[in-house]
Design a protein around this ligand. Structure first.
Ligand code: NAP
Length: 362
């Protein structure tokens, strides 16, 4: 194979509030770009990866933000993307050139790549080589065995220290992280009462089929009452918070004294941070709650152990791996790369199906 040009989606205008998905306007968020590729320019330890699948993650919204650079990017695991830079993304692809001793041409790998048909990647940015002999679908390495599944695992075990018999509340329960968290909490950690929170009754039905004892719809006018009923009179031991904002405020008073909040994400405020403000701060004081933020990367030393637990969970049917996938296939579109931002935008819309949102580029 000969690759001479890499086509990319660049960040044109870092985002203040609303993303402008349309290309070709002055205020467009994204624009097309391309760079010339020459095999001889590949440095020692680098590989060229051909994109197959792109992971769509809410955290990318922070990387696109105008406000992110000085304030927080140095504290997170990835810096903000500057105007003119290619958009970064987790993904899965095939090594087509290699100057690495670890990866050879033809290897399928999951890595930090970009919204591009090819990405030059140092081997440190390759997370794992896919063992195709296992016969698992490639999409699974971005879903049930991917970063969001690890987040669910570490959030419950290392941060929440959830144990048998507890009551655990999980928001964004139909999402990539939440749907795996529900299954780990119920079937592996043996929580007594797992309460999922979701935005529609149909997604709620799916979350229940994964093992949640109750699912409550946060869009219902009776949400607070329904949640209290689902949790029961003894309150909840732990809350896996993917959402922040109003949902977090509703859950806080329903936690036990000394209850725990695993602060995983705050998707309600990614497009408008004011929506993620916590108004029920007093509940944290009076109920003596522990609120602990975490990033999945801090548990990297324990990833093999976590993958082992997830694989065993899949093999024993405790984690339904095949179902948690919302696949957007843009490969037949006239310009597949141009469809990538729109596919990603589903994360923040009602169109997103249950499970992990993955884009198939080729
Ligand atoms: P996902 O698959 O995109 O699911 C997100 C879900 O959030 C959606 O399905 C939607 O559920 C729900 N949601 C969206 N807007 C909401 C709102 N305003 N109020 C309540 N729910 C809302 O997400 P994911 O990849 O699992 O990520 C979930 C969270 O974990 C995100 O906040 C992400 O940033 C965070 N995260 C953190 C780490 C870490 O290391 N700390 C790692 C990975 C992810 P409904 O359709 O039911 O409304």
């Amino acid at each position: 194979m000969s690759v001479t040009t890499i086509n990319q989606i660049l960040l044109k205008n870092p985002v203040s509030k609303d993303i402008v998905y349309e290309f070709g306007k002055e205020d467009s968020t994204f624009e097309h770009g391309s760079v010339k590729f020459d095999e001889s320019s590949l440095k020692e330890g680098q590989v060229l990866i051909k994109t197959i699948l792109l992971s769509n993650d809410p955290t990318q919204r922070g990387w696109l933000s105008k406000e992110t650079p000085e304030k927080v990017s140095h504290r997170t695991y990835a810096p903000a993307i500057k105007a003119g830079e290619v958009v970064r993304s987790l993904g899965l692809g095939e090594v087509v050139y290699s100057k690495s001793e670890k990866y050879v041409v033809g290897d399928k790998v999951s890595a930090m790549i970009t919204w591009a048909d090819y990405t030059v990647v140092p081997e440190a940015q390759v997370f794992s080589k896919i063992d195709e002999s296992k016969g698992l679908p490639l999409t699974m390495y971005l879903s049930a065995l991917g970063m969001t599944a690890l987040t669910a695992y570490f959030g419950l075990t290392e941060v929440g220290k959830v144990t048998e018999g507890q009551t655990v509340v999980i928001s964004a329960a139909s999402g990539a992280t939440g749907s795996v968290a529900v299954q780990i909490a119920k079937h592996i950690l043996k929580a007594k009462n797992v309460v999922g929170i979701s935005g529609s009754d149909s997604k709620g039905k799916w979350v229940k089929s994964l093992g949640a004892d109750h699912v409550v719809n946060y869009n219902s006018p009776t949400f607070a009452k329904d949640l209290a009923t689902a949790i029961g009179p003894d309150f909840a031991d732990a809350y896996f918070d993917n959402v922040g904002g109003e949902v977090l405020d509703t859950v806080l008073p329903l936690l036990k004294d000394h209850g725990r909040v695993m602060a995983c994400g705050a998707i309600s405020g990614y497009n408008d941070p004011s929506l993620a403000a916590v108004k029920n701060w007093f509940a944290i004081i009076t109920q003596k709650l522990t609120v602990q933020g975490f990033l999945v990367m801090e548990f990297s030393a324990k990833v093999p152990q976590a993958i082992g637990a997830l694989v065993q969970g899949i093999q024993t049917g405790k984690i339904k791996a095949g179902e948690g996938l919302d696949l957007v296939d843009v490969s037949k579109d006239e310009n597949p790369l141009e469809s990538v931002p729109k596919a990603w935008s589903r994360l923040f819309s009602k169109d997103k199906g249950p499970g992990k949102l993955v884009t198939k580029l080729v």
